[in-house]
Every structure is written in structure tokens, then in C-alpha cells.
Design a protein around this ligand. Structure first.
Ligand SMILES: CC(=O)SCCNC(=O)CCNC(=O)[C@H](O)C(C)(C)COP(=O)(O)OP(=O)(O)OC[C@H]1O[C@@H](n2cnc3c(N)ncnc32)[C@H](O)[C@@H]1OP(=O)(O)O
Length: 408
């Protein structure tokens, strides 16, 4: 089979969406296709063709994403799929090769994605860069520690989410550039991915609800959630709060919003399916075992251009070392690079290597959430100068931990 990969045209958009829906076993109303079109960038939407038949898709979105030190341009990779009739014949491999070449040519040094399955993207050089916590906290047993922050100036307001975009945006913008992984949201992304409340968004979990924590100066935090109502066989209320987002610009507003969802009447628990691994709720609960926490992969990161990517972020400690990078998929990255954090530079060198690592490891460590020493312990980094692994691991670590918080 010969596969041709090229960007689609506007008229090919419905076929592109149909390939993606088919690959994901999903059925979507026309309205969903129309909404998705508002987020898509046609010239960055690649399709794979077997003759005239479109058999695969892979798109990129232009994002501004926070990395250690501040926001940079990042390609958000999404809508990857191949028709079942054409799987395991290299279609995805061809799409990934073309997309990475395009990103390199366009000057985007970093790509990020959410993976449908964790086993797919390592072979294309993506490393698991961020994790996410899911929590199922019972109301009974959710008391806070004694010194939990409060502020008498704060009050809660029940709000209609669709009316509150300026307030929500103000809170989100106050935190966006602090945590690696958070990315700027266009108006369309707020409307479609955050605030949308169509019947198929609800999926039996009721309308989107909003609590705002504010004082006389304005909003200081918000929680967006749905409530899945329910009763036990003995008619005891047993609803579940499904927490979609909770952001706050200070600890008192944060604690107040968590209390508001944990204490909600007719509910017996809060399920939060995506929280950062260093979420302060972990330290607010007097009995942290009641977090019932589990963790999953959040963002995967691909270093498209080693030199520009490593020079684009800040470092937690000085490092001056030579890294030998292995990269079969993007051969322009392969070879030795000197990273000098004091100069903010990463340049090609012939000097001997202090460390040898696959490009996946750089992607995994890029946002500061994955200690290189742990990856060294797994045997995927080879150290040639004693201390080099710890030096780079310390320099690349970052606080707070990375998390994108909104699937794209
Ligand atoms: C960012 C996102 O959008 S994530 C969404 C990913 N899409 C989906 O999960 C939708 C359903 N799945 C699909 O559409 C397809 O199976 C895809 C896109 C995952 C893979 O497409 P294919 O064209 O079959 O992949 P391709 O033939 O290029 O496979 C390349 C390699 O990846 C491996 N691979 C492909 N899919 C998977 C998988 N789901 N799990 C593990 N390995 C996989 C193949 O075995 C092959 O390995 P090899 O090189 O050792 O032989």
C-alpha cells in the first residue's frame, strides 16, 4: 500500500471528521462536527490517503503553553486516527513522520498531546511528561485540617456558567503562566470545551454548574461541576459531584471552593477525574487516605528541536553538560549538545558526552515533573561522568508540577 499524506482542504473537513469519529468508535451529531471545526486548523490537519480514500488523520493546534519559566509556542497534537481497515500497515507512522517534519520546518520546538493509549507514542519520541490525579472523596471523612485557610472577606455565589466567562477567564489567567502544561484558551475553546452544556455533554450527569468565590474586588476562584443525582435502596441521598475544574488565585478561595463541593447537600462524594499531582487538597484533608487517589498520564511531550526547546525553558539549578541524544524519528536531533543553563544556550558540540539518553527522556523531563534520576534508575539514561545525571535532573525539575488540566 502506498500512502500519501497531505493537509486537507476546507471541503475535505467533513470526511476528516468522519475518519476520526470512525477510528474512535464514536457517533457525533452534526452540531459536534461544526463545533469542532471552530477549534480545528485546516492547514495543519493532515490526512492519509490510500488512492482516493481518506484512511487516516492527525491534526495540530497552535498553542501557547506554559513551560518552566513561562509560556512558549507548542503544537498540540490531536485527532489522530486510522480506519480499522488500514491499521498496522504504517499509516500512523507516515502521519507522524510528516507532522514532525512540518513542525520542525515551522519552527515549533515542542509538541504535546493526550494519548488515547499510553503505549502508542513512545515510538515516535514522545515522553510521558505530566501525570494527573483522580480522586473520589467521600463527604463523610472529608474534614479539613485545623488550620485550613479562611478569609471573612470571601463569599460564595451560585452562578450560571455561560454568563461567567470574563470572571472564569480572570481567575484562570491569574494561574495559567505559573504551572507548566497549562495553555492559553481561545474564546472558542472556553465555549466549546469548558462551558458547553449540550445534552451529549451532560451524559446523564445534569447541567454544568458553577460556584464562584469572590470578594468586593471580584472573583478569586471558581468550581465547575455536574451533579449525578442518586438515592440508595433505602432512599438515602447518594448523589455524586463530578468536578470538572477548580481554579483559585489564593489558598482561602481554593479551600472555600473545595468545601462547597464536598459539603453539597444530597451528595455523598466528589469525583474529580483530573487534578494536578501536587494539588493542595492532598494537604487540606485531615485524613488523606480518604482521597482515594489514583494517577494516570496527562501530557506527553515531544522535543521537536533539541536546541531551541532546551534554550526556551528556565532551569531550577545551574547545569553545564554535554547530552548525547538518540532520535531515529527526527534525525536532526541526534548527536551531542552542550546545555549551559547560565547562558540559556544549547548548542551542537564535539565534546565528549556526560550523558546519553533517548529523546523520549528529554520530553518526559521537559516540563519539570519527571526526575531524570528515576528514569536513570529505570536504565534509560547512561551516565558517563559521575554526578551528571543528578546535575541535569535537579536543573530540569520544576515546582509546581506540570498538568494541562483540559484534554485537547
Ligand atoms: C493524540 C491523539 O489523538 S491519541 C488518539 C489515537 N487514536 C486512537 O486511539 C484511535 C483508535 N486507533 C487507531 O486509530 C489506530 O490504531 C492508531 C492511530 C492508534 C494506530 O494506527 P496504525 O496505522 O495502525 O499505526 P502503525 O501501523 O503506523 O503502527 C506503528 C507502530 O505502533 C504500534 N501501535 C499502533 N497502535 C498501537 C496501540 N494502540 N497500542 C500499541 N501499539 C500500537 C504498531 O504495532 C506498530 O508497531 P511496530 O512499529 O513495532 O510494528
Amino acid at each position: 500500500m502506498t500512502v500519501e499524506v497531505r493537509p486537507i482542504t476546507e471541503s475535505e473537513w467533513p470526511a476528516f471528521a468522519a475518519v476520526d469519529y470512525e477510528a474512535f468508535n464514536s457517533s457525533h451529531p452534526q452540531a459536534a462536527t461544526d463545533r469542532w471545526r471552530e477549534l480545528a486548523e485546516i492547514d495543519r490537519s493532515l490526512a492519509a490517503f490510500d488512492g482516493d480514500l481518506m484512511v487516516g488523520c492527525a491534526a495540530a493546534i497552535t498553542f501557547t503553553m506554559t513551560v518552566p519559566g513561562g509560556p512558549i509556542p507548542v503544537a498540540g497534537v490531536t485527532a489522530v486516527g486510522v480506519l480499522a481497515s488500514h491499521r498496522r500497515r504504517g499509516v500512523l507512522t507516515a502521519l507522524m513522520a510528516r507532522q514532525l517534519r512540518d513542525l520542525h520546518d515551522n519552527g515549533e520546538a515542542v509538541a504535546a498531546l493526550y494519548a488515547a493509549e499510553a503505549a502508542i507514542y513512545g515510538r515516535f519520541g514522545y515522553g510521558r511528561a505530566a501525570d494527573t490525579l483522580f480522586l473520589r472523596i467521600p463527604k463523610r471523612g472529608s474534614e479539613f485540617v485545623k488550620n485550613a485557610p479562611t478569609d471573612p472577606a470571601l463569599r460564595l455565589r451560585v452562578a450560571r456558567p455561560a454568563d461567567e466567562l470574563p470572571q472564569l477567564r480572570k481567575v484562570f489567567e491569574s494561574v495559567r503562566t505559573l504551572r507548566p502544561g497549562l495553555y492559553a484558551r481561545s474564546d472558542a475553546r472556553w465555549r466549546i470545551e469548558v462551558l458547553s452544556d449540550e445534552e451529549h455533554d451532560r451524559a446523564g450527569r445534569g447541567p454544568l454548574r458553577c460556584m464562584i468565590a469572590e470578594d468586593d474586588e471580584g472573583p478569586r476562584g471558581y468550581a465547575l461541576f455536574r451533579v449525578k443525582s442518586g438515592y440508595t435502596d433505602h432512599d438515602v441521598p447518594d448523589g455524586e459531584v463530578r468536578l470538572k475544574e477548580l481554579f483559585a488565585s489564593d489558598p482561602a478561595a481554593y479551600a472555600m471552593l473545595w468545601r462547597s463541593v464536598l459539603d453539597r447537600d444530597l451528595c455523598s462524594r466528589v469525583f474529580a477525574w483530573s487534578r494536578p499531582v501536587d494539588d493542595p487538597i492532598v494537604h487540606l484533608l485531615a485524613e488523606p487516605r480518604n482521597l482515594n487517589a489514583g494517577w494516570l498520564d496527562d501530557l506527553w511531550v515531544r522535543i521537536v528541536d533539541v536546541d531551541r526547546a532546551l534554550a526556551s525553558r528556565s532551569y531550577a539549578a545551574p547545569a553545564d553538560l554535554v547530552i548525547e541524544v538518540e532520535d531515529d524519528v527526527c534525525p536532526w536531533n541526534a548527536g551531542r549538545w552542550r546545555l549551559t543553563t547560565a547562558k540559556g544556550s544549547c548548542e551542537r558540540t564535539d565534546d565528549p558526552a556526560d550523558l546519553t539518553l533517548p529523546v523520549t527522556v528529554l520530553g518526559a523531563a521537559y516540563l519539570g515533573g519527571r526526575p531524570l534520576t528515576a528514569l536513570g534508575g529505570a536504565g534509560v539514561v547512561r551516565e558517563h561522568r559521575e554526578g551528571a545525571l543528578r546535575e541535569l535532573s535537579t536543573a530540569m525539575s520544576w515546582d509546581p508540577k506540570p498538568w494541562a488540566g483540559l484534554v485537547f
